[in-house]
Ligand binder design. Structure first.
Ligand code: BGC
Length: 812
């Protein structure tokens, strides 16, 4: 069952039924100000950091869920309704939510009144703009009462929901003309305030929640709206809100457009006040003036559309399959932008107070983003690397506002350092900007401890070399990519978090996943060294030794082991009672092509097909754990089939997909890709539950109570990795150091497709033909009609437009 449809032309997902199986959300903003918005206009917004600079309040885990947002109540006689259906839930004659690229539109119609609410964050502006159009489509005069509503968060998302003894006495507001200012703590320790404005005179307002809603009412029936009369309340403590009251009289056919702005302002210390106790509103007024007409708002919206057209234009495919095309051309890159912006901090599953920017997460996110805005990717790499420690290890996360690392969600994840090599090499391949390696970058944000970025990569590489276990395999630390395989943890204390349990840090537990990662990214490091004229003999020796160690101690007969535990016993082996095979090491060791000549990769992936693959994707391990294994940490605490315990953890599926392309198995690769691609799951939305336009972190696996049910949409490395898998390894257009590498791996029955790729300032119109029905291999390549040896398209002059003709077939 579907709850809407894709409008590919408009690049929107159109939700036509407000009762989606879960709130289906969208993101506003791509720079420093962000909003999360559900299909019923719920959600909140923040400046830079969802924990430290939250403008509006949002209650997670609420009953009913998803209440609180940007609400506009329209009172038409005794009927009160909202353009986005919630919170009144009054039946609408028409409801549509159009989630577009960085904007959302809510179209509601009731009793001859139609409304369209468009929400977005204009470029270069720290504000959400809400354009509300109300039209009388009936043939009678309408006298409507409009109430806007948002609820302020007292800035720190965490203390806002716990420190009530203070919070309830702190709130302060100011009202001037049609603008409501939120200035809690501005007097003392803050130099920022927020405001909610409208570009029209108002007939009243409210700023105190208890006055507006009433202590015994809810968002769905505020007493002021029911009475049709504002109270002009001025909040002193308790819960400050902002609500404008506007009388809207419309003749038949008449339309009125209003612009509301929910903005954030910072003032320098010496410019904070206009007069004693009165905030300096100069910047706010300037921001309001920028959008005081609908023309200005429409122009700002058009600017965003133009940006997206350009961003998406970097890679456009035409395969003839609309679902593949819409994932590749629109929604997958869009999600990559969002994961780049948010890391794992703020979604409807990440509360914005729990996690900041992850070291491993953000490095991986870059592979799906670097082609979009390389300058931002460059800055991000520097920010991430600045939190690295001198021994190459890293803080596991940092706060976006301060860019400082912290150990709030633990540390000692031994995969972390190697991801930096992945992101930096991806950046250079995309841009050709080798100068990034010479940037001076601090360690632990301490400028007195700095080397060039290349030095950071050397330390990343050496971190693994310096932390090998008894089999010559990498020590796992607290965990590797799989946060829940805590092989040095042993916590039986229910009050202790697995992520921060005092790590035993034995030097026994080893990871086969990091081994594969080391070989893969180690080779990348060697390539960078060579191009810088750095001797690589020692590094190559280490990589060869690792390959040997994997073959000697990491092979279980039909697949790669997952790890050795604290006691030196194999994990992910036939010897084990449960969880005999895991996905991560199969993915990484086959991507690194370890033992490919001896047939190990093929065997490992055949075992994946047999043991791990199911209708909805590839599960993480099999059999699922049904017993708690204390020496494995968190993983076996999950019920079978969920999350890291045999869930389909979508992030790692593309590792197998890419592994399949290394073996040239085009059917298998695309088949796996389709199983989890959201557009291919749209028809089963009732089961899938999450948005059909973006990936979820997890889909319940075959051992679960409800296989196929997804959770944790939006913020997942799945976006970037699937981007890499489909755009580079299946469709086969891959940036390299010396040009665009053409190396498709597609089903045999694909006979033709086209890709337009913008790369280092030139455009490549690539046509791939497959006359002899192969999966892989380029038999001929021509650039602008000239034959080229091999499969690398040399870099063409900036601004040139080039035709690239590729024939697949026998490469020899
Ligand atoms: C984390 C990742 C981790 C993954 C698997 C995600 O929630 O953000 O860092 O690799 O879980 O455990």
């Amino acid at each position: 069952m579907k709850f809407g449809y894709f409008d590919d032309e408009a690049r929107e997902y159109v939700i036509t039924e407000p009762k989606t199986p879960y709130p289906w959300i969208n993101y506003l903003g791509n720079e420093e100000f962000f909003g999360l918005v559900s299909n019923t206009a719920g959600g909140y917004c923040f400046y830079k950091d969802a924990k430290f600079r939250r403008l509006t309040r949002y209650r997670f885990n609420n009953v009913p869920m998803d209440v609180g947002g940007r609400y506009y109540y329209i009172k038409d006689g005794d009927t009160v309704w909202n353009p986005g259906w919630k919170p009144t839930q009054t039946d609408l004659d028409k409801y549509e939510c159009r989630h577009g690229l960085s904007y959302s539109k809510f179209i509601g119609e009731k009793d001859g009144v139609s409304s369209e609410l468009t929400c977005f964050v204009p470029k270069g502006t720290n504000a959400e703009v809400h354009k509300l159009a109300i039209e009388n489509v009936s043939d009678v005069q309408k006298s409507l009462k409009l109430f806007s509503f948002i609820e302020w968060c007292l800035w720190n998302g965490m203390s806002d929901m716990e420190n009530f003894q203070r919070n309830l006495s702190c709130g302060e507001v100011e009202i001037e003309d049609s603008v409501i200012y939120h200035k809690t703590e501005y007097k003392e320790r803050r130099d920022h305030f927020a405001f909610f404005s409208v570009n029209a005179p108002i007939n009243g307002f409210d700023t105190d929640r208890e006055n507006f809603i009433g202590l015994y009412n809810g968002f769905e029936n505020p007493q002021v709206v029911e009475a049709g009369m504002p109270r002009n309340s001025v909040a002193h403590g308790w819960s400050p809100i902002a609500s404008h009251y506007i009388e809207v009289d419309l003749a038949p056919g008449e339309k009125r457009e209003l612009v509301f702005i929910l903005g954030y302002i910072e003032n320098a210390q010496e410019e904070k006040w206009e007069s004693k106790g009165v905030i300096n509103k100069t910047k706010a007024k300037a921001m309001i003036a920028n959008f005081d007409t609908t023309e200005k708002v429409d122009a700002a919206l058009a600017e965003i559309a133009t940006d997206w057209k350009r961003l998406l234009g970097v890679y456009q495919v035409s395969t003839g399959d609309e679902k593949i095309d819409r994932m590749v051309n629109i929604w997958n890159p869009y999600q990559c932008m969002v994961t780049f912006n948010m890391s794992r901090s703020a979604s409807f599953f990440e509360s914005g107070i729990g996690r900041g920017m992850g070291f491993r997460d953000s490095n991986q996110d870059l592979i799906g983003f670097v082609h979009q805005v390389p300058e931002r990717a460059r800055q991000r790499i520097i920010d991430i690397a600045s939190t690295q420690f001198e021994d190459g290890s890293a803080y596991h996360q940092y706060q976006p506002l301060t860019k400082r690392g912290n150990a709030d969600i633990g540390g000692d994840f031994n995969d972390d350092p190697l991801w930096l090599i992945l992101s930096v090499s991806a950046y250079i391949k995309e841009t050709g900007d080798w100068s990034i390696l010479d940037e001076s970058v601090p360690y632990d944000n301490d400028a007195s401890k700095a080397t060039d970025l290349f030095g950071h990569l050397t330390r990343s590489f050496n971190f693994t070399v310096n932390n090998l276990g008894p089999h010559g395999l990498p020590l796992i630390g607290r965990a590797d990519w799989n946060d829940c395989l805590n092989l040095n943890c042993f916590s039986s204390d229910p009050n202790e978090s697995f992520q921060t349990t005092n790590n035993k840090m034995g030097r026994t537990a080893e990871s086969l996943m990091i081994a594969g990662q080391f070989v893969l990214y180690g080779r990348e490091y060697v390539e960078l060294c060579k191009r810088r004229g750095v001797d690589t003999a020692e590094a190559e020796k280490q990589i060869d030794a690792m390959i040997e160690a994997v073959k000697n101690y990491g092979w279980d007969g039909d697949w790669f082991l997952r790890a050795y535990d604290y006691y030196g016993k194999p994990v992910g082996s036939k010897e084990n009672e449960e969880a005999q095979i895991f996905i991560e090491s199969q993915g990484f060791c086959t991507m690194a092509e370890i033992g490919k000549e001896e047939g190990l990769c093929e065997k490992a992936l055949d075992s994946v097909a047999e043991r791990l693959a199911c209708e909805h994707g590839i599960v993480l391990n099999n059999p699922a754990f049904t017993k708690y294994v204390i020496e494995y940490g968190e993983i076996s605490t999950y019920p079978a089939g969920y999350k890291e315990n045999a869930g389909i953890f979508c992030h790692n599926n593309p590792w197998v997909i890419i592994g399949e392309t290394k073996l040239g198995r085009g059917e298998k690769a695309l088949d796996y890709w389709k199983r989890i691609a959201p557009a291919f799951r749209e028809e089963k939305s009732e089961l899938h539950k999450m948005e059909p336009y973006v990936y979820s972190q997890m889909i319940a696996g075959k051992d679960a109570f409800k296989p196929g049910e997804a959770k944790n949409s939006w913020l997942t490395g799945t976006a970037a990795w699937n981007w890499a898998a489909i755009s580079q390894d299946i469709l086969g257009i891959k940036p390299g150091y010396d040009g665009l590498i053409i190396d498709p791996c597609v089903p045999k029955d694909w006979n033709k497709y086209k890709v337009t790729r913008e790369y280092r300032g030139a455009i490549y119109n690539i046509t791939i033909k497959n006359p002899s029905g192969v999966c892989k291999g380029v038999s001929s390549l021509a650039v602008n009609g000239e034959p080229v040896q091999g499969n690398v398209v040399p870099i063409q002059a900036a601004d040139s437009v080039n035709d690239v003709d590729v024939i697949l077939g026998d490469a020899s």
